[in-house]
Design a protein around this ligand. Structure first.
Ligand SMILES: *[C@@H]1O[C@H](CO)[C@@H](O)[C@H](O)[C@H]1NC(C)=O
Ligand SMILES: [Cu+2]
Length: 165
């Protein structure tokens, strides 16, 4: 009998986890420039304004190499489009950068005058995703109840199954 109760408790925990999973933060992969990729004649400032960057997310820079490349720099070098002598230049054509922690990051293309021509990206990374406004049901308690409802149905079904076995 005790083992059955334990089994039910485990199932209950699992069901609750599943019910609440959609509310948990998931790392996002941001394709820089969306379908345009990392290129000239694209406003990355405007692009970044439409996104939310959270620690753990990844930036993907897709471009033709060696027509373009990617350098991560500090704020002052970003402003002046200066590539430091010790800078690591990424050239794979599909560079992935993990946003390891909250703060700012600055990138530009170090080919020719591309940076001066706007091929540069500055982002602000948040520690955690801010709470998003919830769509219907309009009252948050309702949504919570709905999730508990799903979990309760699953638990009841599993408990019934365990008792029958
Ligand atoms: C890029 O977009 C930003 C924000 O919308 C705007 O302020 C800026 O003037 C734009 N830059 C260019 C070169 O169009
Ligand atoms: Cu370039």
């Amino acid at each position: 009998m005790a083992s059955k109760q334990m089994l039910v408790a485990v199932f209950a925990a699992a069901a609750l986890a599943v019910a609440f999973l959609p509310g948990l933060a998931v790392a996002t992969e941001h394709m820089v420039g969306d379908d345009k990729g990392w290129t000239l004649n694209f406003n990355y400032t405007a692009w970044a304004e439409t996104k939310q960057f959270v620690a753990g997310d990844t930036l993907v820079f897709k471009y033709n190499s060696p027509a373009h490349n990617l350098v991560e720099v500090g704020g002052p070098d970003f402003l002046s489009c200066t590539k430091p002598a010790n800078a690591v230049v990424l050239t794979t054509g599909e560079d992935r950068v993990t946003l390891d922690k909250a703060g700012r990051k600055w990138f530009f293309c170090a080919v020719g005058q591309h940076c001066q021509n706007g091929m540069k990206l500055k982002i602000t990374i948040l520690e955690t995703a801010p709470p998003t406004p919830q769509p219907a049901p309009t009252n948050p308690a309702g949504k919570l109840q709905a999730r508990f409802g799903v979990a309760a149905v699953v638990v009841t079904a599993l408990a019934a199954a365990v008792l029958v076995l």
